[in-house]
Design a protein around this ligand. Structure first.
Ligand SMILES: Cc1ncc(C[n+]2csc(CCOP(=O)(O)OP(=O)(O)O)c2C)c(N)n1
Ligand SMILES: [Mg+2]
Length: 330
């Protein structure tokens, strides 16, 4: 699939922005600066980038507990994200959500989600809304291999297929659900095979290769926009760090396995490919990396210098207002 020079630059910038954001976030978390847990997705950058390269702010995505990459690829501001994770008032959700609840409706980002499998129907809901409005937008649900054992995936895929919704199911198969290897918990070698049960195409994609993801996503999203219904993409990928910042992955997987995946790292792979084909040069890529390094440094400074949410806002933006509780709770 043809990629314009601007799109190529966007792809590299986005993958590097995700990588750098999470590297710095882990450093800051080790310093005790962030609130709550951080699930990083370094290693998996090609997935959200290759998918969101085809989306605009009018399209919708629903994410997971490992959502920084999805947010960034959908154009969510890194300073607002960092402040959110630091629990600050200037965060995208006023510091009340943290890493697993970052949302930005202005960018079509419906939210990270701490409940495994819960984002899947949200993406389908957005696809249903798009179909009813006839506005040509699509709904993308990101989820992990572990989430494919949840009931929500069956309900979502079935409904999306029956109603021919403009939905894209993106399974980021990073081969582990917490410490459980995928072979231990999933009955098929390729999760994409299950798409046949819902009469939709199921495509296995090299999730370490942004060009492969870009091509597969382009087809799936064009199909959805043309009213031809949903597609299931299984991205075979790997998370480099533990399940969350304090998890030691070497209690359940071998360093040798990690090295095999790291040899296929999406960033150097991209760099090699565009250099060989004379599409981008080292100078330009270095300039992009320097700009992003500065952006993320500025995001940390912004988050650090921002105030905590004021006490009087403790009960705002929450489901039950305990300062003025409903009759039965008084
Ligand atoms: C409904 C539910 N069950 C269990 C958990 C605990 N939990 C959090 S992440 C996770 C593993 C998810 O694995 P996967 O879907 O493969 O995503 P990954 O972490 O690999 O990105 C589990 C079991 C949860 N948050 N929600
Ligand atoms: Mg997983």
């Amino acid at each position: 699939m043809e990629i314009t020079p601007e799109k190529l630059r966007w792809i590299y910038t986005t993958m590097y922005r995700i990588r750098r954001f999470e590297e710095v976030l882990l450093e800051q978390t080790a310093l005790g600066k962030s609130m709550g847990v951080a699930h990083t997705s370094d290693g998996e950058e090609a997935g959200p980038t290759g998918i969101c390269a085809h989306l605009t702010d009018d399209d919708w995505i629903a994410s997971t507990h490992r959502g920084h990459g999805h947010c960034i690829a959908k154009g969510v501001d890194t300073a607002g994200m960092m402040a959110e994770i630091f629990g600050k008032h200037t965060g995208l959700c006023k510091g009340k959500g943290g890493s697993m609840h970052i949302a930005d409706f202005t960018k079509g980002m419906l939210g990270a989600n701490g409940i495994v499998g819960a984002g899947i129907p949200l993406g389908v809901g957005a696809a249903l809304s798009a179909k009813l409005k006839g506005d040509g937008s699509v709904g993308v649900s990101f989820f992990g291999d572990g989430a494919t054992g949840e009931g929500t995936i069956h309900e979502s895929m079935n409904l999306a297929s029956v109603w021919k919704l403009p939905a894209i199911f993106v399974c980021e198969n990073n081969h582990y659900a917490e410490s459980t290897p995928v072979e231990y918990a999933v009955s098929v070698a390729d999760i994409a095979d299950r798409a046949a049960s819902y009469s939709m195409p199921g495509v296995v994609v090299d999730g370490m290769d942004v060009f492969a993801v870009y091509d597969a996503a382009g087809e799936a999203i064009a199909r959805a926009r043309a009213g031809e219904g949903p597609t299931f993409l299984e991205l075979k990928t790997y998370r480099y760090h533990g399940h969350f910042h304090a998890d030691d992955p070497h209690t359940y997987r071998l360093p040798e396995e990690e090295e095999l995946w790291k040899a296929r790292d999406p960033l150097p792979n991209f760099e090699r490919r565009v250099t060989e084909q004379d599409l981008m040069d080292d100078v330009e890529m270095e300039r992009i990396r320097n700009e992003i390094d500065q952006e993320i440094q500025d995001a940390v400074k912004f988050a650090e210098e921002s105030p905590l949410p004021p006490l009087e806002e403790l009960y705002t933006d929450v489901y039950v207002n305990y300062s003025n509780p409903p009759q039965g709770l008084r």
